[in-house]
Design a protein around this ligand. Structure first.
Ligand code: 2PG
Ligand code: MG
Length: 482
């Protein structure tokens, strides 16, 4: 027995098999799931997928065959894992994350150095010029990597889980070691309470109104505050808009038929008022302004069928709107307050220092754009979407970039999620100050929050807060520092 244990240890640790398959994400759209095998067992990860995409991010590979899953199938990405990536990784040590990621990056580049521009439909009509760019037939083309960010990321995360198992440490600790981080902390959750923008069928122009439980003492308490406020909000909405006002958007936030940001904020304020935590909960908004930027103007009525065209705002107007909102409500963070190319207003607003200004579409988790934003002070927090950067190693690097600039860091869900809780461990391992994983409701969102949280007696595997015990430090009041 002793002998065989000894022999087991001496077997060199290596990846023995990588197998991908197509699964469906939370929107019912295909995505890539990977099972990566080592001498220690099988490790599974899946890639999320979002609505916003563009020329600066790592691009997921989709089949484009409109007859199958409306063109969203990922069988080519799956094949890339099963054939090319698998061949490149078999035999590698799963603890060597950066080498694994580099092998995939190299493989992608040997095949095709740059993303490929693929046209799926010709430009249709001159009138498209007047639509927001992402609405237009101009965008019937997309940039496509060779292997697919969906293929690469799922393998990268599965390998990271395998590396942790190899070292016999929890995933977050493995990530901390990979990044050289010695301070573990549990992030502030940004819970979506109201959904709007492209996420919901109401007329609320902004994408999400969220709460941040900065006054909680532990993550567990933060989760309780989020859940209770969510349910108080449900009651408030039911009373005002009827139960059909309680249908939810893509990341679980309620989507009553409200038309303005203030109407939404008033609902949230009322719900917060019912909790008894008023001082402990702050508000964050993801404006996602790129969605309603037309030329140099912002159309706050962009979702209204009776849009009179009278509610167009200039960048300056938007700054004034944000100033007033921050004065009237406990708003501490605004994400994408301007179009992704409106650097001037972003700089101006950010320099006012009124609140945390988060760059999502502005940065697209892209190193060059982050460097520019740091230099120009166009925002003061990074929103990191792992599938936009593509590998765990690159995610670690850009978080460092943001931390070096003394920015906040929010690690974020995508609208299309899976039950994979990887980002929870990533947040703790990198000690970033905020996790944005949607509402405190719906399985694919709770998978992340529950992973950070203590769930005593509920799992054979320890959750992070439980595992850290007395050493668990909830970010709380220090949430701005990452
Ligand atoms: C965002 C993200 C996540 P998507 O804008 O912050 O909520 O959305 O994944 O659709 O790009
Ligand atoms: Mg966003």
């Amino acid at each position: 027995m002793l002998m065989s244990n000894h022999m087991k240890k001496s077997v060199p640790s290596m990846i023995t098999k990588v197998k991908a398959r197509q699964i469906l994400d939370s929107r019912g759209i295909p995505t890539v799931e990977v099972d990566l095998y080592t001498n220690k067992g099988m490790f599974r990860a899946s890639a999320p997928s979002g609505a916003s995409s563009g020329m600066y991010e790592a691009i997921e590979l989709r089949d484009g065959d409109k007859g199958t899953y409306l063109g969203n199938g990922v069988s080519r990405a799956v094949r890339n894992v099963n054939e090319k990536i698998s061949e490149a990784l078999i035999g590698m040590d799963p603890t060597l994350q950066s080498q694994i990621d580099q092998a995939m990056i190299d493989l992608d580049r040997t095949e095709k150095k740059e993303s490929q521009l693929v046209f799926t439909r010709p430009l249709l009509h001159f009138s498209n010029l007047f639509l927001p760019l992402r609405e237009s037939a101009f965008w019937e083309f997309f940039f496509q990597g060779e292997l697919g960010a969906n293929a690469i990321l799922a393998v990268s995360m599965a390998a990271c889980k395998a590396g942790a198992a190899e070292k016999e440490v929890p995933l977050y600790k493995h990530i901390a070691v990979l990044s050289g981080n010695t301070n573990l902390s549990l992030p502030i959750p940004a819970f979506t309470l109201l959904s709007g923008g492209k996420y919901a069928g109401n007329f609320l122009p902004v994408k999400q109104i969220m709460i941040l439980p900065i006054g909680a003492r532990q993550f567990e308490e933060a989760l309780q505050m989020g859940s209770e406020t969510y349910h108080h909000l449900k009651a408030v909405i039911s009373k005002k808009y009827g139960t059909d006002g309680c249908s939810v958007g893509e990341d679980g936030g309620f989507a009553p038929s409200i038309t303005s940001i203030r109407e939404g904020l008033d609902l949230v304020k009322e719900a917060i008022g019912r909790t008894g935590y008023s001082e402990k909960l702050k508000i964050a908004i993801d404006v996602d302004a790129t969605e309603f930027c037309i030329g140099t103007k912002y159309d706050l009525d962009f979702k209204s069928p009776n849009n009179s065209g009278q509610n167009f705002k200039s960048g300056e107007d938007m700054i004034n709107i944000y100033k007033d909102l921050c004065a009237d409500y406990p708003i501490v963070s605004i994400e994408d307050p301007f179009d992704k190319e409106d650097w001037e207003h972003a700089k101006h607003f950010s320099n006012l220092g009124i609140c945390q200004v988060v760059g999502d579409d502005l940065l697209m988790s892209n190193t060059k754009r982050i460097e520019r934003a740091v230099q120009e002070s166009a925002c003061n927090a990074l929103l990191l979407k792992v599938n936009q950067i593509g590998t765990v190693t690159e995610a670690i690097e850009i978080v460092k970039l943001a931390k070096d600039a003394h920015w906040g860091v929010v690690i974020s869900q995508r609208s299309g999620e899976t039950e994979d809780a990887f980002i929870a461990d990533l947040c703790v391992g990198l000690a970033v100050s905020q996790i944005k994983a949607g509402a405190p409701c719906r399985g694919e969102r709770l998978a992340k929050y529950n992973q950070v949280h203590t769930l005593p007696h509920n799992s054979q595997l320890l959750r992070i807060e439980e595992d850290l015990g007395d050493q668990a430090v909830y970010v709380g009041d220090d949430w701005r520092l990452s």
